[in-house]
Design a protein around this ligand. Structure first.
Ligand code: ZN
Ligand code: ZN
Length: 395
């Protein structure tokens, strides 16, 4: 006889593939996921969840709950459904990060576990979290207490290769520099001008030199979004945008100060005015709860996954990082393809989400996520271990 998670998974498989494909077919950017979040909400309602939407003032956010009405832990699955610009077939948005599958895996896990909570007690939450790719809603959710009544939070991301256990991510902070100078004819009266583009050049050179003296995990990268209007006019206004990343928040903040000093040097050297501001929310580093991660790895084995790989050595930043500071969190990966030449954030990665291989693994991942939740609800000593580790974590 099939196990309960297998049976529940088979029963919803068609609906879940339809959900993933529907979100895939109308890709929407962060905070514009109107149709995608509606698809999610409709599916969760169909399976007996109570859906709060908008959530915390976000039109495309939601919180869906299935409560057994009996006491017990609350398991949270985090769903994402935003796309990336320029990666669609028509040059518009596309699911180059596979969030159509990420979101569906969370919905599926929630529904599978909901079939069991009448018996075990406790409750299941599927948290719809917009805009992971830009200014992720999880930052606001974490800040406003959305996870305070959740015992664990799980999000499972598509990848190439095999199932991978939860690892780390870089803390990130953004900074915009606006240099204001004075325009003048660049040939007939250059001495009358103050060149804002020169300030940006000094800034870039100073940051380039700074990179020699930073820790290995530091990443500083930026663009010029406004660089002057005409070659014969000394640029009056230049705007730069930077991301500053590091393995932990403390060093990230230290680095940001040094990057700001590089911009100050540019302003001083050229005589420009400088204003500085953050243009997106900062992301904290992901602190994987290893006790919860061990439960997830065990669940993967139980649902038939033979190998769970070690986390990748190179990684970016995740808004789930902020969640990990307020609730025991894991962020494992499930495979949607095996060709190592396919990179994340590409059209090819998006195309992988349309394969049977990906769909099978999405459902396997959902089963394991549900089973991990089931174990947290039914094994008090496991939950205690998870909580103890979380309490002992440096914050
Ligand atoms: Zn991405
Ligand atoms: Zn992603």
């Amino acid at each position: 006889m099939a196990e309960w998670y297998q049976e529940a998974s088979d029963a919803i498989r068609e609906d879940m593939i339809a959900l993933s494909d529907s979100v895939f077919s109308h890709p929407e950017l962060g905070y514009e996921e109107f149709a995608s979040s509606e698809d999610h909400a409709a599916m969760l309602r169909k399976y007996g969840f109570t859906v709060e939407k908008p959530y915390l003032g976000l039109e495309t956010g939601y919180r869906a709950t299935y409560d057994s009405g009996k006491p017990g832990p609350r398991i949270c699955y985090m769903a994402e459904y935003d796309a990336l610009p320029g990666l669609g077939a028509d040059g518009g948005p596309g699911h180059g990060c596979g969030h159509n599958m990420l979101g569906t895996a969370a919905v599926a896990a929630g529904i599978i576990l909901s079939k069991k909570v009448a018996e075990t007690g406790g409750s299941v939450v599927v948290m719809g979290t917009p805009a992971e790719e830009t200014s992720g809603a999880k930052v606001r959710y974490a800040g406003e207490g959305a996870f305070d009544d959740c015992d664990v939070a799980i999000v499972n991301h598509p990848c190439i290769g095999g199932h991978m256990r939860s690892g780390r991510s870089l803390a990130l902070i953004t900074q915009e520099f606006v240099f204001t100078g004075k325009p003048a004819h660049a040939a007939s009266a250059p001495e009358m001008g103050i060149n804002a583009l020169d300030a940006a050049t000094v800034t870039n050179v100073a940051i380039g030199l700074l990179r020699q003296q930073t820790r290995e995990d530091a990443r500083i990268h930026g663009i010029i979004t406004e660089g002057g209007l005409a070659p014969n006019v000394i640029p009056e206004r230049v705007v730069m945008r930077f991301y500053v990343r590091a393995a932990d928040r403390v060093y990230r903040n230290e680095l940001l100060e040094r990057v700001k000093n590089c911009a100050r040097a540019g302003a001083l050297a050229t005589g420009c005015e400088l204003t500085m501001s953050e243009f997106e929310d900062p992301y904290d580093d992901l602190m994987t709860n290893e006790a919860l991660s061990a439960v997830m790895c065990g669940a993967l084995k139980q649902v038939g996954v033979e190998e769970v790989r070690d986390p990748a050595r190179s990684f970016g930043s995740l808004d789930a990082g902020n969640v990990s500071y307020v609730c025991p969190t894991i962020h494992p990966y499930f495979p949607i393809g095996t060709d190592p030449s396919v990179a994340n954030h590409t059209r090819e990665f998006a195309a992988c989400t349309q394969t049977d291989f990906a769909k099978d693994n999405m459902m396997t991942a959902a089963q394991a996520m549900a089973l991990a939740g089931y174990r947290v609800i039914t094994e008090p000593e496991t939950l205690k271990k998870i909580r103890d580790e979380f309490e002992a974590m440096p914050k």
